[in-house]
Design a protein around this ligand. Structure first.
Ligand code: ADP
Ligand code: MG
Ligand code: MG
Length: 912
């Protein structure tokens, strides 16, 4: 609707008969649906929509548009003519509902007022024609809804009065209240209006209608609605439309009722209509859940003709919308009315199934089916869970920081985690909180639990990146590291080695082991090595899994973007391959040197047994590289040179200072500790994130770096000798200037050539640079002269572009920024397109200008985030590299990107 830009030409009121389903921007979702159904010939009560344009003007100017009153009156007259009844008529009155309905559905967030048009005079007429109980029940509903919505009277006051009426009458539900009781309640409600708002229900039906419309406008800016929009990312500027609908009554006895239904099962995707129906009820009563509802089959048995008519309408709607629809309907004395429809929300499992079924039914093509699902939905189908309800109760609760479920033995420090991990034990790392020092432990663990920290704490972020289960901020958890135990709520304790189970999808922690069930989808995907060939996924018994396979296969067919994984252990490398990774885009070498191996680095730095330590490091690295390259046989494996700040390998400064001071004071100075203190002070940095790390380590400890390169080259040569096809690549982290890069590359080439010559082998090792500092991005043209590929490290590039540390920002100010709306989305979760994205685009352009064959990868967290993937591919990168379990998500999204970015691609849909 381009008409939006010229507010004056946009109508303020549109009759259902004059609109259609494409006009949601001005009619809102509900209004567009009502208009479309009217157009399709479905039995929709008469009515019209006051447009969002009228609402926007009201909100902007503080008063309604001048022309609104006139347009309202004209539309009302037209409605009265078609209905054959008039508002306020003392014999056969028209009643209407006034219903909010914005562009995007905001369930339960905004207001609806039913039975507008009842007055003292009219209620008598209705009582005479349709019974006193019905009349007074409707009137009390109007007074209640009008009082709350238009006059702002506290809802609880009405509820209290109703509860008293039920108690007096000795009944459980409002439905059992007599006409007299309801008449008394209504008059008390009106007293509440006068007392709390200083005015009564207007006795002019037109005034009721008018004020109800304005109240719905105003409800757009209510707290609840605002919070919902902030959470859902819906713009504040849209405003709501208001629908005026002739009332139909489901509360007129046994042959009346109300229901909601879906054209297909929204939980399973089963292609059968699904719904609930309540006899003798108005719409609201169905969702309130106070009475037992019947399903559609039961309705069919009771009212076959009605059921058949309903199914007919459901088919019409699905054919028109080419998607699952949900419907609100009401039956008034055997006559069916449809009151609302929209494209239905569905579970992730149902989304895949429905998309494929619609394709099989010839409704949509495969491209569109692919666009009807997304990576978030797929991700939620891939997490393992605990075997269902064994009745176990959690012993502690925290935040669901990284989904999945895992069981293992508790350990309380990273070194123990790594030791136990190396001997094949499944461990759960339990910490007060984690820091970069704990990386080795996080890698070794199946799950991480922390007492402190939120969803963006170090533990949470790293665990998500690695695909480990994680629960943070566990209330009542007290970790006693030295005592190797932890206290839990309720006086329970957890000792080192005790079995513990963690549910990262719910934030629950259990004592003892529980059976972990891998997701059927993940298991299936890992077993289908080649989706294209043989199509084993087509015969999977579970229709959802089958559908996931088909859409993933289609995504693979469509996508041009490659997908690799971030992996640095043989186990993760194998998982990566099974999940469909086409290589490793980032192997972080530092984990090989963490934990108890940190002393090796310390020895290299201090010069103590330096040569021996270097030999040992090279040996360890060679073994691990060989295992990884073997798993990735024939596929590129990008190894990043040592990256973390040097201080992470050295003893803690404060610990040492305390230790030496105590020893000195005791008159027995510790000579060894004093010597180490000098060293640690020498390398101490105030701001390690911006300090001695990445390529800069070459300046301090070049031998560490060259030992790694030699190990990688040796591993490749030895695999080659065994007839395998290793494809190692090396990349240099944290480069700011081309001279840093060339110095590093010279050393790398020398080492690789040295190994090759020694073995008489030819070794091609492509070299690359990480783009993770703004200066690297800005000088990409020059950097590209030196390397075969770029890899965008979007985590550090985000930190350095924003100038904020991911580890600290959350606790200090990020939460406040989000609360106040200063930051709408977290740039560490979703790529900041405007800033970081711009640097990436610039780097891609300048890099490719210098070297058209330049490879371009992304190895940050963002490569596994569905929303960021589209931005990255649009920037022109060749491949994404994410944690192994995210690989299918990246494949799916890369396929969706290919379809959506092609002109004339699928139209997409509104369901998400
Ligand atoms: P929501 O957006 O919260 O679903 P609705 O505007 O759909 O709110 O209205 C709330 C309830 O009132 C629904 O169950 C609806 O079916 C019912 N309702 C609304 N208008 C009418 C009407 N004209 N006749 C009968 N029931 C109605
Ligand atoms: Mg509704
Ligand atoms: Mg980095």
């Amino acid at each position: 609707m381009t008409a939006l830009t010229t507010a004056t030409s946009t109508p303020l009121v549109v009759a259902f008969a004059d609109g259609d389903g494409t006009m949601a921007e001005i009619l809102g979702g509900k209004g567009a649906g009502l208009a479309q159904m009217t157009r399709l010939g479905l039995p929709v009560p008469g009515g019209f929509t006051v447009t969002t344009a009228a609402c926007r003007e009201y909100l902007r100017e503080g008063h309604e548009p001048e022309a609104l009153a006139g347009e309202l009156a004209a539309a009302l007259t037209r409605l009265e003519e078609t209905a054959g009844r008039a508002l306020g008529d003392p014999v056969d009155p028209l009643l209407v509902s006034v219903r909010s309905g914005a562009r995007f559905s905001m369930p339960g967030m905004m207001e609806t007022i039913l039975d507008v048009g009842l007055t003292d005079e009219v209620v008598t007429a209705v009582a005479a024609r349709q019974g006193a109980r019905f009349a007074w029940d409707s009137y009390r509903r109007l007074v209640q809804m009008y009082g709350r919505t238009v006059l702002g009277v506290d809802a609880a006051l009405f509820e209290e009065r109703l509860a008293r009426a039920r108690a007096d009458a000795g009944v459980a539900t409002d439905q059992e209240l007599s006409a007299t009781a309801l008449e008394e309640v209504t008059s008390d409600f009106r007293r509440l209006l006068r007392e709390h708002a200083g005015e009564d229900l207007p006795q002019d039906p037109r005034e009721q209608l008018h004020r109800a419309v304005l109240a719905v406008f105003a409800s757009w800016t209510g707290d609840r609605a605002r919070r919902y929009r902030a959470h859902e990312g819906i713009s504040e500027d849209l405003g709501t439309a208001v629908n005026i609908v002739q009332m139909v009554f489901g509360n007129r006895g046994r042959r009346s009722g109300s229901g909601v239904c879906f054209t297909r099962n929204p939980a399973t995707g089963d292609p059968v209509p699904y719904g609930d129906y309540l006899v003798d009820a108005q719409g609201e009563d169905v969702v309130n859940g106070s009475r037992r509802t019947m399903d559609l089959a039961e309705l069919g048995a009771r009212e076959p003709a009605l059921h058949q008519e309903l199914i007919g309408h459901l088919n019409t709607l699905e054919r028109h919308y080419r998607d699952v629809c949900d419907v609100e309907f009401t039956v008034e004395e055997g006559r069916l009315w449809i009151l609302q429809t929209r494209v239905g929300k569905r579970s992730p499992a149902a989304a895949f199934r429905i998309a494929c079924d619609l394709h099989d039914e010839g409704v949509i093509d495969l491209d569109e089916a692919l666009c009807r699902v997304d990576g978030h939905q797929l991700a939620s189908l891939l997490h393992p869970g605990f075997a269902t309800d064994s009745g176990e109760q959690p012993v502690a609760h925290g935040l669901a920081a990284s989904p999945g479920a895992a069981t293992g033995r508790a350990v309380f420090d990273a070194v123990t985690a790594m030791e136990w991990g190396r001997r094949g034990e499944r461990v759960v790392l339990v910490r007060p909180e984690t820091s970069p020092d704990d990386l080795g432990g996080l890698l070794a663990a199946v799950a991480v639990v922390t007492a402190r920290g939120g969803l963006t704490s170090h533990a949470a972020v790293v665990a998500r990146g690695l695909g480990r289960t994680c629960v943070t901020g566990v209330e009542g958890l007290e970790v006693d590291e030295t005592g190797r135990r932890a206290g839990l709520p309720g006086g329970l304790t957890l000792a080192e080695g005790d079995a513990v189970s963690v549910d990262g999808s719910t934030g629950e922690v259990f004592l003892g082991s529980r059976e972990v069930v891998p997701s059927a989808c993940a298991t299936a995907i890992r077993s289908w090595s080649h989706l294209e060939e043989g199509a084993p996924y087509l015969s999977h018994p579970d229709p959802t899994v089958r559908s996931v396979g088909r859409l993933l296969a289609h995504a693979d067919r469509r996508r041009t973007g490659g997908v690799r994984a971030n992996a640095e252990t043989p186990t993760d490398a194998r998982a990566a391959r099974e999940y469909g990774a086409e290589g490793i885009g980032l192997a972080r070498t530092e984990h090989m040197l963490l934990g108890d191996r940190r002393t090796l680095v310390e020895q290299v730095v201090t010069g103590d047994e330096r040569a021996a330590a270097l030999v040992r490091i090279e040996e360890l690295a060679r073994v691990e590289f060989e295992q990884i390259l073997q798993e990735m046989d024939g596929l590129p494996t990008v190894v990043r040179l040592l990256d973390p700040p040097l201080h992470e390998f050295l003893p803690d400064l404060v610990d040492l200072e305390v230790h030496t001071a105590v020893a000195r004071a005791g008159g027995a100075p510790d000579a060894d500790a004093e010597r180490r203190l000098v060293l640690v002070r020498r390398w101490h940095e105030q701001n390690p994130m911006l300090g001695l790390r990445g390529v800069r380590l070459l300046a301090a400890v070049p031998e560490l770096v060259t030992a790694q390169v030699r190990a990688l080259a040796e591993a490749a040569v030895s695999l080659r000798a065994r007839g395998l096809d290793p494809r190692p690549e090396v990349m240099v982290p944290l480069v700011a200037d081309v001279r840093e890069l060339t110095a590093a590359l010279t050393r790398i080439r020398d080492e690789v050539d040295g190994v090759a010559t020694a073995h008489g082998a030819a070794l091609q090792v492509p070299l690359g640079v990480m783009i993770e500092l703004p200066r690297a991005a800005l000088t990409s043209g020059r950097l590209a002269e030196e390397v075969d590929f770029f890899s965008f490290g979007t985590n550090d590039l985000t930190q350095t572009t924003w100038g904020m540390s991911r580890d600290d920002a959350e606790t200090s100010f990020l939460a406040a920024y989000r609360e106040s709306g200063t930051l709408a989305t977290d740039p560490f979760s979703t790529l900041d397109d405007v800033g970081v994205g711009r640097l990436i685009r610039l780097s891609v352009q300048e890099g490719r200008l210098t070297r058209p064959t330049l490879g371009l990868g992304v190895c940050g967290e963002h490569a596994g985030d569905p929303d960021s993937i589209h931005l990255l591919l649009a920037a022109g990168v060749d491949y994404l590299s994410c944690s192994p379990p995210r690989v299918p998500v990246a494949r799916l999204e890369a396929g969706r990107y290919a379809v959506l970015s092609t002109a004339g691609g699928a139209t997409g849909s509104d369901t998400r």
